[in-house]
Write a protein that binds this ligand. Sequence first.
Ligand code: GDP
Ligand code: MN
Length: 372
Amino acid sequence: MKLYEYMGKDIFRREGIPVPRGQAFFNSAGVADFAASLPAIVVKSQVLAGGRGKAGGIKFPASATETEVAAQELLATVIRDLPVHAVLVEEKLKIDREYYVAITVDGGKRKPLVIASAQGGVDIEEVAEEHIVKFHVDVHAGIQPHFGREVARRMGLPAAESKQFSELLVKMYNLFRKYDAELVEINPLVLSSGKLIAADAKLTIDDEAAFRYPEWLPSVEERTERELKAAAIGISFVELDGEIGVMANGAGITMATLDIINHFGGSPRNFMDAGGGAGTEATAKALEILLSTKPKTIVVNIFGGITRCDDVARAFAQVKETIGIPVPLVIRLVGTNEEAGVEILRQQGMSAYRSIDEAVAKAVELAAKEAV
Ligand code: GDP
Ligand code: MN
């Protein structure tokens, strides 16, 4: 669960990490009044994506009136395919230096990892390796001030900033643990008249802990309407931007199907894991959701274990009879009650494949034809 910058900054403020004075607005009412109370102004679009600066999502209006106009404009824009959720109106900082500091989890080492650089403000991927320092954290010891001072020294920060940086890192780490974070990132951490201030805030909470923060959930929902509709009937569904719809039963077989589609030069439009034991009703509903994404063709990959092939076949037959299936359906059906399933499909004029390679090759061919 990613949090918007303004939410991250609220938490920073609560945990004693300095942030600029600011307020989030969901429409332009009150923006001008608040802006009038600031000596200099920045307006930042709230979207769950980085690189907003480059994408035109950050503005520096010269007056309260200009701020209101900027807020209206930004609230109506789409940045990196995401509609702007809110705007954060803040006191514009005088920036003397920009640093980078983050705490994340190194899954391989099973330890938190501090990543820092004196060259912040840009994408960390663009910073040369020799200018980035990385320190693993022993979770039993946590981050003590001497650890923070060592990070500051290796970053090459002036001695005068070392204590301040170290105190900030301790607070960041405490926050990281307290909020079940997977990532706490400050880029840029700004040096402004001798003070370190978080000019940006990126906070990602472990999805497994999201239930502890019900107040944040609704506004950070990243799933599409169809994905939510599928979730409501217990089916995981993810929308992508290719051409071939995918339905399979089980996470492993679903991922393998996506790989095989890519292998044969196709591109998945979505994927649906109908899980084990999905009956006729659920399968029919799932297929309706899948069809609403208008794929060029659909690959169905069912390995019947708990799921019975005849149930799956009956579901397809039912959907074909009731709402119709307007796109070619390529079905690979093997396993429990396979013969009965294939017979049901045959009666509906649909054929089934035993080999997934053959099925996917056919689907890719059909999608290419549809494209012409
Ligand atoms: P991002 O591009 O989405 O990561 O958004 P940031 O919040 O990191 O802002 C991008 C850039 O805008 C920063 O690196 C700064 O150069 C600039 N910026 C953001 N806030 C301020 C501010 O308060 N004062 C000044 N002078 N520049 C700012
Ligand atoms: Mn940033």
